[in-house]
Design a protein around this ligand. Structure first.
Ligand code: C2E
Ligand code: CA
Ligand code: CA
Length: 840
């Protein structure tokens, strides 16, 4: 028997006991009534019976006693007449025996409870004693043959006591009879009661049974039935919600326990079901995720089992190979799958070829990858990965786009995006390979090209037109060269060509000339008629170099020369060009040292106000006090300082010194400082100017910065912002060398300059050339209408001065007044202004 079975047995047995108990409990009131009645009845009967028994035994004793008295009496009366002693003795003995019997009967009578009253008993005992004593006297008289005495005693005392005793006995006897009668009637009455009680008890018992059954049903059967019904319902519907009866649940007995265990079981079942549902959902979710992951992979995927049968595949696999889903099935042998794709339609290779390769991979059981080109040209990267269970995982990735992108990137890395020509990197590679392959009779020429005034096109027509021009140039260049030659764009407006020929330098000369001709034909770019020239430098192996770097450098130097010689032409490299380049390098080194060693000095040239003839300013002009070459003028080093970037440091030095010296001057005249366009690029300019002013204590409006149009050419926005910043601080800004730049007038409107300095080239020929006069007039007119001061530079003659006065120029500067002088002479110049008047 199982534990559960045993338990249920106990429960049932217990329920049986309970049922009885319940029945008994239900019958209790009826039974109680019946019992009380019964007990009363029994007690009554018992009492009556006891009484009856006592009375009958008392009556029996009394009769006994009476008989014995009569017997003794019969013996006693015989004694007076008896003379035979032996008989007397025999009577005496019989009398003694009767007496004894009498006594024991009296004792027995006394022992019967509640029948004979104690005083009556005492009387009987006393009479009996009297009889006994008298009887002994009679026996003794008879023994002594005193017959008369004996007779007298018999008739006298003995007879009297005998009668007395009889009377007592009669009284007691009638009392006993009364008792017997009472007991009998009581018994009869009890019997009647008993008859009447039986139906009551039966009815009680019946009621108890019915009530018990009802209770049993209500208490045990109904809950159990409901429990069973619910169990059946749960089994049928599968739903685990059960009705809760709090009264039953709170019950302390087995039914309560049964319900609670049933509840517990159902709760367990329900939570188990929930858990099952949850894990099912989780499994489904995992499956869906896996499915989603599989089908959203960018790679196609197939998994094969250890028998080389298809287990899993994804959508991407189908789409890569253009397979209809119904063609594949689980358990499909790998060969069948290969046959679907092999032999031309998808893979170029035959099924046998692919299977053989597959077999080889299978036997090696290591990861491997391969790249395949499909019949339609797509590139597929295939990875094979053995899996632990003995099968294979194969992934397929369409890397066509990636390869294309990679190719594009590598193309971009080696080509110019705008013109699609090879860039410097690829150009050098070409040079390398060409140089390596060069035959004995061949030589290689490198042509470096630079468009003339391309910057002007860019600045005036805008970058889009500039770009169009570069593309057009690239197209024309490509048309100029042979197939074996290579043209490249090295950057900006620089191009280069590699030419291989057996007849150098003649072939290179022809090519250069052709390029110049072709490129100088006007371009039509978005309704703009553009003309651009080109300068070309040529270097040829082996004389001008034998490696790419050397050749490019030589061609570059030749280009420099071509530009210097008036543009629109070509030059071959000459060793002297290299020498000049080396001189520049030396100069750069020297400049660095000079800056470090403090070899620079400032000269000051006065600027005089027309009309008052007073010095209003001094222009600071830098000089290099070279230890061997003496005082070097700016034209000899400014350009090298600009190319090497040293101008930023030199310019800062000039600013600091000019401000410091001006602060010591006796009159508050201004100091003008020239700024290089490169100083604007360095972004430190504002800070440098501010700290120069701050360090010297010079009033900001005493500092005048001279900038050229070329400063405004580059990064105009930033330059203008810088100028505004400087101006807001109080510093004055002058436009220097006006008239030598590109589009002079527009720059004047772009910033509110404080002064325009008319370039000395116009002043120089003022008296001889009418156009110079016209320009001077235009500028002074513009200046006065805009409220800007105009300074004429390079005034050397009084004639020039007179003309300038006529044109309304406000200030003059030139040798007519003073050349730039050392700082020490400034005070002298300030004091001797009248001298200029005399000159004028
Ligand atoms: P610039 O700014 O036009 O300076 C005026 C130049 O004209 C000075 O030459 C001056 O000596 C010269 N000059 C003055 N009056 C006459 C004259 O009547 N006739 C002739 N023929 N020339 C005259 P310098 O000192 O040789 O300076 C040349 C250029 O060097 C300057 O031209 C300026 O552009 C540049 N420069 C000079 N100092 C500095 C400097 O500190 N910083 C920068 N960035 N450039 C400087
Ligand atoms: Ca100047
Ligand atoms: Ca100037």
């Amino acid at each position: 028997m199982t534990a559960a079975g045993r338990k249920s047995g106990n429960v049932l047995r217990s329920i049986g006991a309970k049922t009885l108990l319940a029945m008994a409990a239900a019958a209790l009131p009826a039974l109680a009534v019946a019992a009380i009645l019964g007990i009363t009845l029994v007690t009554a009967v018992y009492h009556a019976e006891t009484e009856f028994d006592g009375a009958t035994s008392a009556a029996r004793r009394l009769t006994e006693i009476r008989v014995l008295i009569e017997k003794e009496h019969g013996l006693i009366v015989r004694l007076p007449a008896e003379l035979d002693l032996r008989r007397i003795e025999a009577y005496a003995q019989q009398i003694a025996a009767v007496r004894q019997e009498l006594e024991s009967n009296i004792t027995a009578l006394a022992a019967i409870d509640g029948i004979v009253a104690p005083d009556a008993l005492a009387e009987i005992r006393a009479a009996h004693q009297e009889m006994k004593r008298t009887a002994e006297e009679i026996v003794n008289a008879a023994r002594s043959f005193a017959q008369t005495t004996a007779l007298e005693l018999v008739d006298g005392p003995y007879d009297q006591t005998t009668r007395l005793l009889r009377a007592f006995l009669d009284a007691v006897g009638s009392n006993v009879d009364g008792i017997v009668e009472h007991a009998r009637s009581e018994l009869e009455e009890s019997a009647q009661w008993a008859w009447r009680l039986t139906p009551v008890a039966l009815a009680g018992a019946l009621f108890a049974s019915v009530f018990g059954l009802w209770m049993t049903r209500r208490t045990f059967v109904l809950p159990l039935t409901r429990l069973t019904e619910q169990a059946v319902q749960i089994r049928k519907s599968g739903r685990l919600d059960i009705g809760q009866d709090s009264r039953i649940l709170q019950r302390e007995d087995e039914i309560g326990t049964l319900w609670r265990s049933f509840n517990l079981m159902i709760t367990d079942l329900s939570s188990a079901r929930t858990r099952l549902a949850q894990s099912k959902a989780e499994i489904r979710m995992q499956f869906e995720r896996l499915d989603a992951a599989l089908n959203n992979m960018s790679q196609g995927l197939c998994m094969f089992d250890s028998d080389q049968r298809l287990l899993v595949w994804n959508r991407r696999f189908l789409s890569i190979f253009g397979l209809a889903p119904e063609l594949l099935r689980r358990g499909m042998p790998v060969r069948e799958l290969i046959e679907l794709t092999a032999g031309g339609e998808i893979f170029r290779e035959s099924a046998d070829e692919i299977c053989a390769e597959n077999e080889r991979r299978w036997s090696e059981r290591t990861s491997s990858s391969s790249l395949r080109e499909l019949s339609d040209g797509r590139a597929i990267s295939i990875m094979h990965e053995p899996i632990a269970s003995g099968g294979w995982l194969t992934t397929y990735e369409d890397i066509t786009e990636r390869l294309r992108a990679e190719a594009k990137i590598s193309h971009m890395a080696r080509h110019d995006a705008l013109t699609n020509l090879p860039n410097r990197v690829l150009f050098r590679e070409h040079m390398d390979t060409s140089l390596a392959r060069l035959r004995r009779d061949e030589s290689l020429a490198v042509l470096c090209l630079d468009l003339d005034h391309f910057k002007h096109v860019n600045d005036t027509l805008g970058h889009p037109i500039g770009d169009d021009l570069l593309q057009a140039v690239a197209g024309r260049l490509s048309g100029c060269i042979r197939e074996s030659d290579v043209v490249a764009r090295l950057g900006g407006d620089e191009f280069a060509v590699v030419q291989i020929g057996c007849n150098q330098p003649a072939e290179a000369t022809q090519l250069a000339a052709r390029i110049i001709d072709v490129l100088s034909v006007p371009y039509d770019l978005k309704n703009h008629h553009v003309v651009v020239g080109v300068s070309i430098g040529v270097a040829v192996t082996p004389t001008d170099g034998s490696d790419p770097d050397q050749l490019l450098k030589s061609a570059d130097l030749a280009l420099y020369r071509a530009k210097a010689d008036g543009r629109g032409t070509y030059r071959f490299f000459e060793p002297a060009m290299d020498a000049r380049a080396q001189t520049r390098r030396l100069l750069e080194t020297e400049l660095r040292a000079a800056l470090r060693d403090g070899e620079f000095e400032l000269y000051y040239q006065p600027i005089v106000q027309l009309g008052t003839d007073e010095i209003t300013a001094f222009e600071a002009l830098v000089r290099w006090n070279h230890p061997r070459r003496g005082m070097v003028e700016p034209l000899g080093f400014i350009s090298v300082a600009e190319e090497s970037g040293l101008i930023v440091h030199l310019g800062a030095w000039v600013l600091r010194n000019a401000c410091a010296e001006a602060a010591t001057w006796s009159k508050p005249v201004r100091v003008a400082v020239n700024l290089s366009p490169l100083q604007f690029k360095s972004r430190e300019l504002v800070q440098t100017v501010f700290s120069a002013i701050a360090a010297s204590g010079l009033a900001p409006d005493r500092l005048e910065l001279e900038i050229t149009e070329s400063a405004l050419l580059q990064d105009t926005e930033a330059t203008l912002a810088t100028l505004h910043q400087l101006r807001s601080f109080g510093v004055r800004i002058a436009m220097d060398d006006f008239g030598t730049g590109y589009s002079s007038l527009s720059y004047l409107r772009s910033f509110p300059f404080d002064k325009i300095k008319i370039d000395r080239s116009f002043i120089h020929e003022l008296s001889t050339r009418g156009d110079c006069q016209a320009i001077v007039r235009a500028v002074t007119g513009l200046g006065s209408s805009l409220g800007i001061a105009t300074t004429a530079e390079g005034v050397e003659t009084s004639e020039q001065l007179k003309l300038l006065q006529l044109e309304g120029c406000t200030e003059v500067q030139g040798y007519l007044f003073s050349p730039p002088r050392p700082a020490a002479e400034v005070e002298g110049l300030l004091a001797a202004k009248s001298k200029y008047r005399a000159v004028a």
